[in-house]
Structures are given as C-alpha cells and as structure tokens.
Design a protein around this ligand. Structure first.
Ligand SMILES: *[C@@H]1O[C@H](CO)[C@@H](O)[C@H](O)[C@H]1NC(C)=O
Ligand SMILES: *[C@@H]1O[C@H](CO)[C@@H](O)[C@H](O)[C@H]1NC(C)=O
Ligand SMILES: *[C@@H]1O[C@H](CO)[C@@H](O)[C@H](O)[C@H]1NC(C)=O
Ligand SMILES: *[C@@H]1O[C@H](CO)[C@@H](O)[C@H](O)[C@H]1NC(C)=O
Ligand SMILES: *[C@@H]1O[C@H](CO)[C@@H](O)[C@H](O)[C@H]1NC(C)=O
Ligand SMILES: *[C@@H]1O[C@H](CO)[C@@H](O)[C@H](O)[C@H]1NC(C)=O
Ligand SMILES: *[C@@H]1O[C@H](CO)[C@@H](O)[C@H](O)[C@H]1NC(C)=O
Ligand SMILES: *[C@@H]1O[C@H](CO)[C@@H](O)[C@H](O)[C@H]1NC(C)=O
Ligand SMILES: *[C@@H]1O[C@H](CO)[C@@H](O)[C@H](O)[C@H]1NC(C)=O
Ligand SMILES: *[C@@H]1O[C@H](CO)[C@@H](O)[C@H](O)[C@H]1NC(C)=O
Length: 787
C-alpha cells in the first residue's frame, strides 16, 4: 500500500552537463563577454562559457566606440536575432526572484541597438513588450519580481521582432530571496472611485513590475545600501504640496514580526516627511502610471521621531485617489516607536493615468517614510517553447532533496480564513496577529491531537478540526523534515488561489509560520473515493452504480475546469482515487494540487512525478506531460470504480497487478464479467456499461492525441448515467433483464445496439417518448453544457 502513495521520482542523469546541486541564490551575468567584471559591489560573470546557467544562442557584441563614462559591463552585450533564452536555476527554498536586465545600446554590425524592438518574458511572465531602449546615452535597468518558479529551471526569453531588430542585453541580475516580499493574503482593492472590496492572494499569482520606489523625506538609496540591490529615489519630484511638509530623520529598530530590511532598508525607514504642525492640509503625492492596470501600492511607515500618536487608537489617515481612506495607527500595540511597518493596497488605475496618495487629518502630524508602486503582471500563458538546439539543458534535480524543517524562512506568508480571521487592514495593521492564526488552528485540532488524524499523505498528516463556530475543516500539516514539503505547499496555494470550482476542494486558508506549513480545507465528510470502493469498513454501504457514475461525473467536471478554467490551463498530475474526496452528500471534489503544473510552463525538469498505476505511458517514455496525462489517470480511476480494486496490486499475479493493463486485456477478450465489482452485477445496465467501457478504453489509449478531452469524458459519462436511469424508469421490476447484463460478453455487447432497438420497438408509446435516441441524448447534453 505504501507503494501507491509514494510519489515517484525518476532521476535522469545528464550526459551533457551537471549543474552543481548547491544552487546559487543569485546570478550576476556579464552578457556577451568572457570576462568577469566587478560592478556596483558585485562580480558579474561572463556568459561565454557559463557553468551554472545556460544561454541558448545569440552572439557576443563589443562596443567599438566605448563611451568613457560607462562601466565595462556596458561595453559588451549579447545579441539575439532569433528567439533565445537564458536558463537559470530556480531555488525551491526561495519565494521570489528579482530579475534585473541592464540595457546600454550601441552600434553593432550596422545595427543601432537603440532602435531594436523586442519582447522579454521571465518564466512565462511578460517583462518587456515591444520594448525599445531609444536613448543610447542612458543605461536602462528593468526589473521584474516573479514568484519562485516551481520547476527546477526558469527562462528569460528574448523575442526579437525581426533579424534587423535584434534583441540584446548587457547584464542580468537574478536575486532569489527567501524573504516573503509580498506577504499579505488580503488587501483592500481600490479604484479611482473608492474601495471595491478586498482582494485575496495577490502574492503568489502575479509578478511585480516596480514602477516607483520612493524614499520619502530622504536621499537616493543606492544598490549597495539595500540587501536586495533596489534603488530608492527621493519623493521631491512627486510631492504636490511640499510647503505643508518637512523632512525628518531618526532611528529604526527592526523587530521580529514586523517589516524587515528586505521589505525596505533602514535608509528608507529612517527618513520621513511629516505634515507641518501648524497645517491641517493633506500632504499629497502624485504618480504617473499606465491606464487600465492593477498595482500594488505599499506605504512604509516608521514613527522615527515620536509623532505623539502613541496610543493604540491614535490614527491619521492615508488616502488613495481621495475617495479611499485608511487609518494608520503607529501606536497600535503591535507596533510602536521606531518599529517599521507597511500597509498594502491593490489599486486599479482604470482610465486614470495616475495614482495619488495623501496623508493627513489627525490631532498630531501625519507622516510617511516610503512608497512603492508595482504593476501586477499576470502570466501570459505563452509557451516558452524553444526549438531544441541539440544542447538543451538536462540536469538532475532531486525533488525530495530539500529539507525544510528547522529553518525559519518566514514569519508569515499571510493567512486568509474568511470566517475566523479577517485581516483588518483598515485598522492600520501590517503583519498582525501571526501567532493568533496558529493558535486558532491549534485550538481547532486540539493541539494536533493524534485521535483527530483522518489521513496521511506525502505532505504530512491530515487532521479533522472544528472551529469555535462549529465549522469543520481538514487541516493538513506539513511534516517537519519532509523534503518535498515546501514546493508542493507553494504550488497548492498558487493553484487553489487561482481557481475555484464546486468540484475542486476549497482551500480555506494557509499558514506559513516558523517551521510550520499548514493548509486548511473544507471538510469532506465521506473521505476518499477509494474508501468507498475497496478499503471499505464492513458496515459501510457499497456505492450503487448510479452513485459511482455521479461521482465520476463530478470529478470530471472538476478536472475539466482545471484544464480549461484558468488562463493557462492546469495539469493535475496526480489524479487517483485517493485524491477524489466526497462530501456528506457524496458530491466529489478533486484534491491535492501539490505537484500540479501550469500548462504553459517550460518542460525542462527531468523528474517524473505521479503515482504508480496511474502514470500515462507516454509521459514515462517520452517525458510528454499534457492534460491528456490526467485523462489517462482518470481512465484508471474509472476502472477502480468499476472493478473495486487498486490500480496496482502487487499481491496479485504479475499479469493482473496493473489494473489498466489487465482490464484492457479483459475487455478486448470479452471477459468483462471477470473484472466487475460483484456488488454491481445485479444492478448495472448493459448499455450503460458498454458506454462506460468504451470511454475507459478511449481514456487509456497509448498516446494523448487519441484520448478524449475531459469534456468528452463528461458527455460520455452523463450518457452512461442516462442509459442506466432510463432502464430503471422503464422496467423497474424486471430484474431478469438487468441480470443479463452481468453475463454479457463483449461479443454480446457488440450486438447491443440492435437489441436496444428491439426492446425499444416493443415498449409502449409513452415509454418511447421517454426514451430518447443516443443522438437526442447527446444533443441534450451538449445544450446543457452550453448553458
Ligand atoms: C577581457 O579581458 C582581457 C584582459 O583581461 C582584455 O584584453 C579583453 O579586452 C577583455 N574582453 C572584453 C570583452 O572585455
Ligand atoms: C572583484 O573584486 C574582488 C574582491 O571584491 C577581487 O578579489 C577580484 O579580483 C575583483 N575582480 C576583478 C575582475 O576585478
Ligand atoms: C536621452 O538622455 C539624455 C541624457 O540622459 C537626456 O538629456 C535626454 O533628454 C534623453 N532623451 C530622451 C528622448 O529621452
Ligand atoms: C510581443 O508581445 C506582444 C504582447 O504579448 C505580442 O502581441 C507580440 O506578438 C510579441 N511579439 C513577438 C515578436 O513575439
Ligand atoms: C523630533 O520631534 C521633536 C518634538 O517631538 C522636535 O522638536 C524635533 O525637531 C524633531 N526632530 C526632527 C529632526 O524633526
Ligand atoms: C507653519 O510653520 C512653518 C515653520 O515650521 C512656517 O514656515 C510657516 O509659515 C507656518 N505656516 C503658517 C500658516 O503658520
Ligand atoms: C505619547 O506622546 C506624547 C506626546 O508626544 C508624550 O507626551 C507621551 O509621553 C507619550 N507617551 C508614551 C507612553 O510614550
Ligand atoms: C487625486 O485623485 C482623485 C481621483 O482622480 C482626484 O479627484 C483628486 O483631485 C486627486 N487629488 C490630488 C490632490 O491630486
Ligand atoms: C484630506 O483629503 C481628504 C480626501 O480627499 C478630504 O476628505 C479631506 O477634507 C482633506 N483634509 C483637508 C484638511 O484638506
Ligand atoms: C534548501 O534548503 C535546505 C536546507 O537549508 C538545503 O539543504 C538545500 O540544499 C536547499 N535547496 C536548494 C535547492 O538550495
């Protein structure tokens, strides 16, 4: 049994290049050069002969007329005339990667690089679109912060518009950070006309394009003063009414549980603009931004020189677009003098090409220390499919290798539990009450009481929990020291925060605190589908064929939504009977997205993941992973449902051990009755069975192209259900007819359509009218689907 639950990893050893398993956290690349160059307090390594990353093509270009005022790294570039990429190692331990590209164009091979137009994407996120540097005298640095890729490698892809308009880059920085830069699960969502509610899970679904980083009341902060090499500029060009504010400076005291130097360096927090004591006018800053875009606006505060707002309820106001007001409480018990904190807002620019931020209205002067405005970037869904250049990277990657336990990566990613914990942003909080979250979970599970364990999987134990309001939840707790925990934890949150569907299990919240990784789900009363097929306890009622079909239909709907419902399309990758859960009404929901993949992600990781007995043969042999791999696994589940035996049973003779192989052979040989769950024998209708088996066979085809899509499976199953129900309607008492089904061989079943019609002609008119033809049922189903 242990075997079935194992996530298997097949490691492909590369013949070409082995990248050291100790992955660097950061890359500094001197593009188009074979020299290492020191620049801005880092050593940029030449990309001519890289050891820890790959570059797919392009050629080196040297500026023959170097401007004396420019650093060495800007005298060379890598130039791409066709779509090409840099491939860097992602670090599973980290949460975000900051990618910076440096551009300093020059004249090369008859082409003025400053006129080039090209696109750049990072891990599927568009970074630069129709980008052109234009001004050759400037160095332009562009940045994008992406959520840490779940795959082993990620690519920075350059797409030139034409050969005469090649893409180029002079230097690349990629800084992985363990720090959760964007921790808030729930933030106010604001438009130019005011609040439009809260927004959840901004952090993991988007990439961030920093438009402004402002050190309010202070000087420019250079890269060497910021651990993440960010640059912060003074606020003077943006302040609307500088006459009502003054700059102040003081001391900063970083403490656990509040903002850290990774949120903003002390150079930013130690200076501020303070409203003049004799002025009640609001202090306003105005920022030009793109229209119709969404932004994360982060306001940084630190009461460096006692504002006098030191009581818990003392507050001043922060306005965004005038119509949205948020109370800032520097004296809130969790903060205090000189302790930095920040507040996040998600702002839609709509038709407004600016964002304005104001502070004011309080008994004591309001203040602001820093401000960041980042445009949120959604994954393009564009496949970074690079035609193999014969040296495409193959590396080994031990998915189970990372040990998470004991390392405190983050104090808190954030938490979102609608009913038990609602982040009170309007009260000026930042990373508040992190300990309460864990406390609530501890209380709900009686301190992770072993008697409440309802399951155990690769990730850790699952507990039944009850919140004070009586609501039941399932609490999945990452086991300390289990390697695969973190990436799967992040993937699960990422997937479930992107999509919601009645047939996908709902994530109520999560907690990433100290060394705890905890996921909280809706409680599924009846457990797994498998529990009701074979590992059933004696007093448990076996499921009827109708019920089984309904469960399959629900699960199919969930998978269909997974495949098509989000922009990118998602591959579940671990469809099996233990990942289909049943609620109190036996409604099925698909669970466990820990190894799921966005369909558009680059195929560069050489690890096969999934469960024995369910793995798509095409995936195993060709590394071809598609949504049709899920269809194959679902075909195996359908067999489990019909035969009530495990997908892989090593206690059986070898030729029977693998359910898919064994059942397909039995079906082909017309020996279906040998494999059907005996419990179903008296119940199953031959036509329903025929349709079902036909569908199974299609799902289990050797190549993905031959397999149906999930929506086709859905139609077939609905049809099989109709066929089952119709017979019950027509001849509810005629047991003999139904019994025949069990003794059918395939040869008989092949003749079924005519038998079906014969029966049809014999029944009376009223029944005929209730008895639609296959095509009628089919079109009806299509109509239902279209609604
Ligand atoms: C690399 O360094 C060598 C000597 O250190 C120098 O001669 C050469 O011009 C440099 N190449 C580039 C592309 O900067
Ligand atoms: C870069 O700086 C390091 C020390 O900071 C020094 O050891 C190294 O020689 C420098 N490299 C170059 C190419 O100047
Ligand atoms: C190009 O850069 C120079 C120097 O930084 C600046 O003075 C000029 O305004 C820029 N031109 C454009 C079109 O941006
Ligand atoms: C660049 O990106 C834009 C926006 O995604 C797209 O419409 C365009 O086709 C891309 N250009 C190339 C050459 O890929
Ligand atoms: C700090 O605050 C005190 C009064 O609270 C004020 O007198 C002093 O000028 C402030 N310091 C600065 C640098 O503004
Ligand atoms: C407010 O005080 C500042 C000095 O702190 C002074 O320059 C300004 O004239 C005063 N404004 C009014 C309206 O009193
Ligand atoms: C709160 O601020 C007021 C005004 O600056 C000051 O007089 C008082 O001592 C402060 N109280 C505390 C507890 O710091
Ligand atoms: C801020 O933006 C709002 C909404 O567009 C506008 O009505 C208001 O005048 C702006 N305020 C300032 C001070 O620019
Ligand atoms: C500050 O701005 C808000 C929002 O625009 C406004 O309602 C309030 O009256 C302003 N306060 C002052 C003193 O101007
Ligand atoms: C992740 O962190 C663990 C524990 O610090 C370490 O052993 C492992 O090598 C790291 N993995 C990567 C890919 O850096």
């Amino acid at each position: 049994m242990v075997l079935f639950n194992l996530i298997i990893i097949i490691i492909f050893l590369s013949t070409v290049s082995l990248i050291s398993s100790q992955s660097p956290k950061s890359y500094f690349i001197n593009c188009g050069s074979n020299n290492d160059t020191n620049f801005s307090w880092e050593t940029f390594t030449g990309d001519d002969n890289p050891t820890n990353f790959r570059v797919s093509g392009g050629h080196k270009a040297v500026n023959n007329n170097p401007a004396s005022n420019k650093a060495d790294i800007y005298q060379t570039a890598r130039v791409f005339t066709t779509k090409s990429w840099y491939e860097l190692e992602a670090d599973v331990n980290n949460t975000f990667v900051m990618v910076r590209l440096h551009f300093s164009p020059f004249f090369h091979n008859g082409i003025e690089l400053s006129n080039s137009v090209f696109n750049v994407s990072v891990s599927g996120f568009p970074m630069l679109t129709s980008f052109s540097v234009q001004n050759s005298s400037d160095v332009l640095i562009k940045e994008l912060i992406i959520p840490s890729p779940v795959r082993a490698m990620f690519r920075i892809v350059f797409t030139p518009f034409s050969r005469s308009s090649p893409a180029f880059v002079n230097a690349i920085e990629a800084i992985a950070t363990q720090h959760d830069l964007f921790v808030d699960a729930t933030s106010p969502h604001i438009s130019p006309v005011g609040s439009i509610g809260d927004i959840n899970y901004v952090a993991l679904s988007y990439a961030y394009n920093p438009i402004y980083r402002i050190n309010v009341g202070g000087p420019k902060v250079d890269v060497n003063r910021d651990d993440l090499r960010r640059t912060w500029v003074p606020d003077d060009p943006f302040i609307v009414n500088s006459e009502v504010a003054k700059s102040v400076e003081g001391d900063v005291n970083y403490v656990d549980g509040h903002a850290t130097k990774y949120d903003a360096p002390d150079d930013v927090y130690k200076t501020a603009k303070v409203q003049l004591a004799n002025s009640s006018t609001n202090v306003t800053w105005d920022f030009e931004v793109n229209k119709n875009a969404m932004f994360l606006v982060r306001a940084h505060f630190c009461d460096i020189n006692s504002s006098g707002l030191n009581d818990t309820n003392d507050a001043f106001s922060l306005f965004i677009y005038s119509y949205f007001k948020n109370d800032v409480k520097p004296g809130d018990t969790v903060k205090g003098l000189q302790i930095p904190f920040y507040i996040d807002f998600v702002v839609d620019s709509v038709e407004t090409a600016f964002v304005n931020v104001s502070i004011g209205t309080a008994s004591q002067p309001a203040f602001l220390n820093g401000l960041e405005i980042m445009e949120l970037v959604t994954n393009s869904g564009v496949v970074d499919d690079v035609v193999s250049d014969g040296k495409s990277i193959k590396k080994w990657y031990i998915v189970l290798g990372s040990v998470v336990g004991g390392v405190v990566f983050v104090l808190l990613i954030g938490f979102f539990i609608g009913f038990m914990y609602r982040k009170k942003k309007s009260e000026g909080g930042t990373k508040t009450e992190s300990n309460n979250v864990l406390a609530d979970i501890l209380q709900a599970t009686n301190g992770f009481d072993e008697s409440l364990v309802i399951g155990k999987g690769g990730f850790g134990k699952v507990y039944r929990g009850t919140f004070p309001d009586g609501r039941k939840v399932a609490v999945k707790r990452g086991e300390k020291g289990r390697g695969q925990g973190r990436p799967e934890f992040v993937t699960e949150i990422m997937i479930l925060s992107k999509i919601r569907h009645q047939h996908l299990v709902t994530l109520i919240g999560y907690c990433d605190e100290k060394s705890e990784m905890i996921l909280v789900y809706e409680y599924m009363e009846k457990g797994t589908l498998q529990d009701h097929l074979y590992n059933t306890s004696k007093d448990d009622q076996k499921l009827s064929w109708n019920k089984r079909l309904e469960i399959c239909i629900s699960a199919t709907r969930g998978l269909h939504y997974l495949h098509t419902g989000s922009d990118a399309g998602i591959i579940h990758r671990d469809v099996k009977s233990t990942n289909i859960l049943l609620n109190e009404n036996y409604i099925a929901k698909v669970a466990d997205f820990g190894i799921s993949l966005l369909d558009n992600m680059e195929e560069s990781e050489m690890a096969i993941k999934g469960s024995f007995g369910y793995l798509d043969p095409e995936y195993i042999s060709c590394m071809k992973l598609t949504q049709k791999s899920d269809v194959y696994s679902f075909g195996v589940v359908m067999l489990e449902v019909l035969c009530a035996r495990p997908a892989l049973d090593t206690t059986l003779p070898q030729k029977e051990a693998n359910l898919a192989d064994w059942a397909i052979k039995q079906i082909k040989d017309g020996m279906v009755e040998k494999i059907i769950d005996p419990y179903l024998v008296d119940e199953i209708n031959p036509n329903s069975l025929r349709k079902y088996l036909e569908t199974v066979e299609k799902c289990l085809k050797n190549t993905g192209d031959e397999r149906p899509s999930m929506i086709d499976v859905l139609w077939d199953l609905e049809y099989a259900l109709k066929l089952q129900q119709m017979v019950v309607d027509i001849e509810p008492h005629d047991d003999s007819t139904m019994n025949t089904s069990l003794h059918l061989r395939m040869s008989v079943m092949d003749r079924l359509p005519s038998k079906f019609n014969d029966d049809d002609s014999r029944v009376n008119d009223s029944v005929v009218s209730n008895y639609p033809s296959e095509s009628q049922v089919f079109s009806q189903l299509k109509l239902d689907e279209a609604r």
